[in-house]
Design a protein around this ligand. Structure first.
Ligand code: GUN
Length: 282
């Protein structure tokens, strides 16, 4: 089975759009999401446009703030502080990666945790690991939604996560642990990765390397979640999984494009609405 992330994301976005219409009437204003991008990296530009497009679709306001590649850290922090103060902005994100003159952690810590729809602020990261109320990062939330929609049972299953980033690997490992999976957190340098992956009932791969996962590395019937987004020399988008080799072995698999990516953006809308409701009801 191919897990149709695009379709599931569209259905959920439709539900969010209806919710937003109701809340906007009830509370007298729409939720707002400001998206900040520094520079003109084509992949990042494409992501932020998709985020703003989804926001507009859902009836969420806010703006795309484009800043020059050469901006200083202090100037960027100034823009973030101004967004923190905007009454009608409930969600704020700075697209990553950032140019090298800017310290990512300083930037993430400048975002008001109550508006941190990415869930990257240290207070949200800590809250997630302590089981306190937290904004959970969008890609892990999207993966959990896809596992739910594909009726993948999690209790007692062995999940292998390949990739240890703060954005995907570490938080998805935590969410799977919470569902009583036994989790192995591996990475691109794990010795004998094939032997470990072939034990996985659920395999989540977020490394950024085409064909990292081959057919022989996958257990028959496993659920495969491919978080990789790589561009081939001829301009095609591919994941980290050799789809043609793995799909015949897998029980369920996400395609690239059209798998995790669209779900991430829908979860960003969900997080924005949740931050809005929290701020409105304070
Ligand atoms: N760059 C890659 N993924 C993400 C994400 O989820 N949020 C932000 N802000 N930047 C990213």
């Amino acid at each position: 089975m191919i897990i149709d992330g695009k379709q599931i994301a569209q259905q959920r976005k439709e539900e969010l759009r209806k919710q937003v219409a109701g809340y906007t009437k009830q509370y007298g204003r729409a939720p707002g999401l400001d998206v900040i991008i520094v520079g003109e990296n084509p992949a990042s530009m494409s992501y932020v446009r998709s985020k703003r497009k989804a926001a507009a679709y859902c009836g969420i306001g806010g703006e795309l703030i484009q800043l020059p590649e050469t901006i200083s850290q202090d100037e960027l922090l100034g823009v973030i502080r101004a967004c923190n103060k905007k009454e009608d902005v409930d969600g704020l994100l700075v697209q990553l990666p950032l140019p090298e003159q800017i310290d990512v952690q300083t930037v993430l810590e400048a975002i008001d945790p109550a508006k941190d729809v990415d869930g990257f602020h240290p207070s949200n990261v800590a809250a997630l690991w302590l089981n306190d109320p937290a904004v959970v990062p969008c890609t892990p939330l999207g993966i959990m939604a896809l596992l739910e929609e594909s009726q993948t049972s999690l209790e007692g299953k062995h999940a292998v996560v390949v990739g240890r980033s703060n954005i995907v690997g570490k938080p998805i490992a935590k969410l799977l642990l919470d569902k009583n999976c036994t989790v192995t957190l591996a990475h691109s340098r794990t010795a004998d990765l094939g032997a470990i992956c072939s034990k996985a009932d659920i395999l989540v791969v977020a490394v950024g390397k085409p064909k990292m996962i081959t057919g022989e590395m996958v257990k028959q019937g496993a659920t495969i979640i491919d978080v990789g987004i790589n561009r081939t020399k001829d301009g095609r988008l591919v994941g980290d999984v050799d789809f043609d080799a793995v799909a015949p072995v897998a029980g369920a698999i996400t395609p690239v494009p059209g798998g995790v990516g669209p779900m991430t953006i829908t979860m960003l809308m969900q997080n924005t609405i949740a931050c809005y409701l929290k701020r409105i009801n304070k």
